[in-house]
Write a protein that binds this ligand. Sequence first.
Ligand SMILES: [Zn+2]
Length: 477
Amino acid sequence: MDYEAVIGLETHVQLKTLSKMWCGCPNVFGSDPNTNVCPVCLGLPGVLPVANEEAMRLTVLTGLLLNCEIPAYAKFDRKNYFYPDSAKNYQVTQYDRPSTQNGWLDFEFGGAPDGLTRVRITRAHLEEDVGKSTHFDRHSGVDFNRAGVPLLEIVSEPDLTSSGMAYDYLNALKDVLMRAGVSDCDMEKGMVRCDVNVSVRPVGTTPLGAKIEIKNMNSFSGVRRALDYEIPRQIEAVRRGEKLRQETRRWDDETGITEPMRSKEDAHDYRYFPEPDLMPFEPTAAWIGEVRTRVPELPLQRKLRLMRDFNLPAGDAQVLTDHLELGRFFEAAATGYKNPKAIANWVINALAARLAETHTEIAAARITPAAVRELVELVDSGRISGKIAQEVFIAVFDQGVSPTSVVESRGLAQVSDTGTIETLADQVIAAHPGPAADFRAGKVAALNFLKGQLMKLSKGQANPAVAGEVLERKLRA
Ligand SMILES: [Zn+2]
């Protein structure tokens, strides 16, 4: 019997706000322990939280990005637990009335640009981060700098079926959140954390197997590796006739295995109840409308649009999506031009290379989109050769002058004049009697050599097509 995996992900993302969720302490990474704290985020008795409006905007923005409903009524709840990382012994979260729900994320999986994969999003709700425990030789310490930092928990439906799909989903989610400025998603700074729920079942059946949660992955590739270990482990266990139990397992990144942490029997009862110190969250349509103005064009939409509107291959569209500034430059140059692929080639190859060589930011570059378009027009109309265009490009990039002025001042226009090319062809045939004889004897390839010699003699300025025609005519004469 064949088995399939059923995977759902819970992704925690730190929101990009200046201050924490309920107080004015800075939301920054890397400060000395317990320096960004106050009575509110330390949970001292008698303090009152005040909700950070920007965090609520980013929560709703994420809901809009993920095609979620934004309920008119949401509230905050206390999740009660006793652990040193939470000084107040509860974490504020959204339990049964989240701020966003029932959405989806489309992404590319398996490389087919039109075959998009859709993962349904159960909800994205706001909660506060907790402190960070560090264990030393003889004691443990807690740093509360992270306590009270706004965190979004994005819960997917169990729509994922493989480790690779989970990996691509996470990257797509990250691209969306970063593009919209919701989070910097810096994994090394702990800004994205992910828990996995995974079970297996016989292919073609619908009941879900025992749900096993895996924790402690600190990278997307860690998630993929954990699933690559866990899915075969579960399938083998089921094949052996073992009955899997619902449990939480811990991923060990060094040994590459998952180990039991706790089973359902000792699962927590968090005794959720409404947070009495905070008002419900009831966004008006106007407020949501304002947030909606912050929805940008998302990476996948952008890629598909570039492919559709400019008839670009997927690879080019991907580069121009990943490098937003190059993409904007390309669009400014190519909009309305008949040969956008040629402009994409110049932007992706020559421009990107020259920017890197000269350590120039695209915003500071002297070359304009109009100049690149003009350069491509010069090539497309046959006024200069592709080879000469390289030289012109460098001059335009370095000096900020127009391509036409470079061509004119340096006398670089392509020579299509038959008389001039005939003189050059005579010289080339006279100088290379061997290849000329080879061609006449039927070695067609010898023409390319002679054509190369003619181009060289003309310093790259001869029109290659005309050069080929003239040479062939003379050789066959
Ligand atoms: Zn504080």
